[in-house]
Design a protein around this ligand. Structure first.
Ligand code: GDP
Ligand code: MG
Length: 660
């Protein structure tokens, strides 16, 4: 199927919510002939948005992976969610992609989430192609959006496809800046218009030439001599510059009307890399990556419970996985025989016999696999680098109407947490506590849990999840005595806590002298269990300096008590303080509404960093404590009579300000 790896393009479509990712992906499925109908997010028939919760909301929550054919190329397309609450989904998809198509809304241009995905993809060295969408809409401004890209994404955008307009100013065609081809949606442009667009295309062509002439003397010389440079040569040079990260080809169209999608697919083939061309980092830094003859190894990037089945989405990194093969989990603890392999097209799947490097396939079955696991040949187990997920920032209590339903509800939530690594489920004094990334995230989790568990329950209002840290070094020592089997036994524990800014959840270290190990405390997790309070301690390390037990057999419960006491002492001595999550926000409103918006933000304790008047009204950017921004979306709408909007994303933890 994929005999030639150089003909594979494994891409993701990434963007701010509502830019048209799902619509575009649907058009790709249609154009590539995988599907005989075009789904629509507006009437809930999009194949990529196939979970009921997604269709009901018209937005994509889970990334669906799909494989299509384009000419002689095979494309594996992953539609990723744009809402910030689902960033983890984006993160794990980026982990297995070779290139990204970043979609921009032709009216809104670069949005905060565009910047976030731009950085996320850039930090992994993934090449990013841009498609400016929705050019059919009134107020769309391709030129302004391209200029904004240069400023806000700090890149050099080079339009390779430009929009063409009729004499009434309506979006009526597309032009190819390299070869001068024209697509006129209503047949052929009238001759008067044809002359104008020829001139426009020449300008676009010169801009492309200029972008590569800086680097290539022969192009420079030809351009100077007025010789036209062939499209194929320009494309080759552009690609080299693109892969070196020095420029970004920009395409455009209107996905809803299937305008420009074919040229986008051509560009994906022309510019984005095949798996074999990927720079050797991330998963592709694995020895022998891409070699179908090497010992088999694949990366699990998604585990999803679909009805009663478990779908494990894997990308093969090296070797070949065939039906009948035995595999082991890289970090141990699981193994299996590959009974079935599927290729997925949205919610449908087809059996395949084998999967080779670069391919994305589904291994159906419950194997206790988790996102980030590797599957390997038993002869060569390997642990691959896993994506990092941000810590949840909101907590909500789930309370079943009947107490006896609690285990059932908890089980459903735990299954959801397997599918979604940013979801955490805890029992906190008999309460079922669920932690997640945002209001929308938890709302959707509640919907999914309702469908899965089939029991009635209430949810509390989401609460901001605070953490604790320390500002100084603190020391603690405790001794606990008890009668054990008639003899007195003493346990002594001595610990030090130290601030570790940026560490994340607290870590426990031995002091290097093996103090804890000497006492037979094999697992330092003892301390974590004793005192680190379900992940609430942050940005600090606990160093175990002494852990001893007078009995011959170390008494773990006694040691644990001593450890808890010592840790509490140490924390009290180290200036403990609470941390709370902050967000970075970007709000837009009509210019005349800005004073009211600013006053409201000031009342929320926001730090406003930038106020600017632009194409779309006033833009206010800054940071604020998440707790003060719950429900802000609704409030902003009401104070701007429906015309304001805001984007927020997590911006780490900060000490809680003491009330003056
Ligand atoms: P996503 O959140 O990025 O997946 O965006 P969707 O694909 O769900 O699209 C959001 C909305 O924009 C839907 O109502 C689409 O019909 C609409 N839309 C998408 N592409 C276009 C386009 O090219 N032109 C117009 N006018 N609307 C579009
Ligand atoms: Mg979508």
């Amino acid at each position: 199927m994929l005999d030639d790896l150089s003909k594979v393009r494994n891409i993701g479509i990434s963007a701010h919510i509502d830019s048209g990712k799902t619509t575009l992906t649907e058009r790709i499925l249609f154009d590539a002939g995988a599907q005989g109908w075009i789904g629509s997010v507006d009437d809930g028939t999009a194949a990529m948005d196939w979970m009921p919760a997604e269709r009901a909301r018209g937005l994509s929550i889970t990334a669906a992976a799909s494989r299509e054919q384009w000419g002689r190329h095979v494309m594996q397309v992953v539609d990723t969610p744009g809402h910030i609450d689902f960033m983890a989904e984006v993160e794990r998809c980026l982990h297995v992609l070779d290139g990204v198509v970043v979609l921009l809304d032709g009216i809104r241009g670069v949005e905060s989430q565009t910047e976030a995905v731009w950085e996320q993809a850039g930090s992994r060295g993934l090449p990013r192609l841009v498609f400016v969408n929705k050019l059919d809409r009134e107020g769309a401004d391709f030129t302004a959006v391209v200029a904004e890209m240069g400023e806000r994404l700090a890149c050099r955008p080079v339009p390779v496809v430009v929009p063409l307009f009729d004499d009434a100013g309506a979006f009526a065609g597309l032009g190819d800046a390299l070869g001068g081809r024209v697509q006129w949606f209503a047949g052929k442009p009238p001759s008067a218009v044809a002359e104008r667009i020829a001139a426009e295309l020449l300008v676009a062509h010169e801009r492309v030439v200029e972008a590569v002439a800086d680097r290539d003397d022969s192009v420079f010389a030809d351009a100077l001599a007025g010789r036209r440079i062939a499209a194929a040569r320009l494309r080759r040079l552009l690609r080299a510059e693109f892969m070196a990260g020095r420029l970004v080809p920009v395409l455009c169209g209107a996905a809803l009307w299937n305008r420009g999608v074919d040229w986008l697919l051509d560009a994906v083939v022309d510019y984005l890399p095949a798996p074999v061309e990927m720079p050797r980092h991330g998963l592709w830094a694995t020895p022998d990556a891409g070699d179908p003859a090497a010992p088999f190894c694949a990366f699990v990037f998604k585990v999803q419970h679909v009805d009663a089945a478990t779908w494990n989405f894997v990308r093969v990194i090296r070797g070949t996985l065939a039906v009948g093969d035995v595999w082991v989990r890289g970090r141990g603890g699981a193994s299996g025989t590959c009974a079935t392999l599927w290729v997925v097209q949205a919610d449908r799947h087809t059996d395949v016999e084998r999967a080779e490097p670069g391919q994305i396939v589904v291994l159906p079955g419950e194997f206790a696999l988790r996102t980030g696991d590797s599957l390997c040949a038993p002869s060569a187990p390997l642990v691959l680098p896993a994506p990092k997920f941000p810590a949840p920032v909101l907590a909500m209590v789930f309370e079943p109407e009947r107490a006896e339903d609690r285990p059932r509800l908890a089980q459903s939530l735990r299954e959801l947490a397997v599918d979604d690594p940013t979801l955490r489920v805890y029992f906190d004094r008999d309460r079922l506590l669920v932690r997640g990334m945002g209001e929308l995230h938890l709302e959707i989790v509640a919907d999914l849990a309702k469908a899965r568990a089939g029991v009635a329950f209430h949810c509390s209002r989401p609460q901001v999840d605070r953490r604790e840290t320390v500002e100084w070094v603190g020391h603690g020592e405790a001794e606990v005595r008890a009668l054990v089997a008639g003899a007195e036994c003493a346990a002594v524990c001595e610990v030090e806590v130290r601030p570790a800014p940026g560490l994340g959840p607290a870590a426990v270290l031995d002091d290097g002298g093996g103090a804890a190990a000497a006492a037979g405390v094999a697992e330092l997790g003892l301390l974590a269990a004793a005192g680190l309070r379900a992940g609430a301690m942050h940005d600090l390390v606990v160093v175990v300096q002494r852990a001893e037990c007078s009995a011959r057999e170390p008494n773990l419960p006694l040691l644990e008590q001593a450890a808890t006491k010592a840790l509490e002492q140490a924390i009290a001595a180290a200036c403990p303080c609470d941390l709370e999550p902050w967000v970075v926000f970007e709000a837009w409103c009509p210019e005349e509404g800005a004073p009211v918006v600013l006053a409201d933000l000031a009342a929320r304790g926001a730090e406003v960093e930038a106020v600017a008047a632009g194409r779309l009204g006033a833009r206010v950017g800054g940071r604020a404590p998440l707790a003060n921004m719950l429900g802000y979306v609704t409030k902003l709408r009401s104070i701007t009579r429906g015309r304001g909007r805001v984007d927020m994303r997590p911006a780490g933890l900060r000490p809680v300000r003491r009330q003056a």
